[in-house]
Ligand binder design. Sequence first.
Ligand SMILES: NC(=O)c1ccc[n+]([C@@H]2O[C@H](COP(=O)([O-])OP(=O)(O)OC[C@H]3O[C@@H](n4cnc5c(N)ncnc54)[C@H](OP(=O)(O)O)[C@@H]3O)[C@@H](O)[C@H]2O)c1
Length: 245
Amino acid sequence: MPMRIGILGSGLIGGKLGIVFARAGHDVIFSYSRSRKKLDKLAREAGANGHVGTPAEAASDADLLLLAVHWTRVDDVLKQTAKLSSKTLLSCSLPMSADDSHMVIGHTCSGAEALAAKVPKTRVVSAFSTVPSEVLFTVFERRHHGTPPDLIYCGDSKAAKKMVATLIRDVGFNPVDIGELRAARLIEPFSLAVARIAYGGHSPRLAYRFVRFGDQPQADTRRHSSNRSIRQRRSAAASHSRSAT
Ligand SMILES: NC(=O)c1ccc[n+]([C@@H]2O[C@H](COP(=O)([O-])OP(=O)(O)OC[C@H]3O[C@@H](n4cnc5c(N)ncnc54)[C@H](OP(=O)(O)O)[C@@H]3O)[C@@H](O)[C@H]2O)c1
């Protein structure tokens, strides 16, 4: 079922995701660029489903909004959108300092949770920050060929996460739900690790895939220590998900 999607921040990642969402059949409004020409170009590239508007127009009647601005612009763009309550707000924005040298939120909170606190009753989902924008068209073009790359996401609303999982699939990824919104505390630094690999000298057209092997520990001389380490990790994961509830 096609969604109406507002793009808040039509730069490197917002522009490309908007184009891909439109090509996948969704109705997309590009907004929040300092250049009207740029927005028009994006809408043309998106085809018949691409439109241009103000942030308020992008938000009005939208089923879902993509927030793709620098962290320092979040308050400004939110101010320009009308009421967002009960909407789904998909954020790929990372809580970076103005010079992008470090995260300004982490450990005990995440950018996604801080965002959710700014827009009460809005259903915030964190996704797409873990891949570089450069890979999006490639993943979309190859979406029907072979095993898709994974993409982790999280959020508190099941309904909002279902919409986001649909979009993740439409782009060509396999959605991996890692839990409630507080799991963005894990997603956000992971995004920086992926970026470091992506921009580390080779092509940034990089995505990732998780490989799960059997749970049985291998019968080797390290069996006891490996069992202990599996137990420790399981217990850490269980305590993380317990404290998330
Ligand atoms: N790029 C990636 O691969 C990537 C990957 C993961 C996460 N992210 C996150 O996604 C968010 C967006 O990143 P991006 O790389 O797409 O950034 P970007 O290219 O700079 O895009 C930001 C958008 O905000 C717009 N904007 C409007 N008013 C602005 C103002 N006064 N000052 C600055 N920008 C203004 C920009 O306008 P203009 O069009 O006029 O520049 C642009 O369209 C960031 O939080 C980033 O951490 C990006």
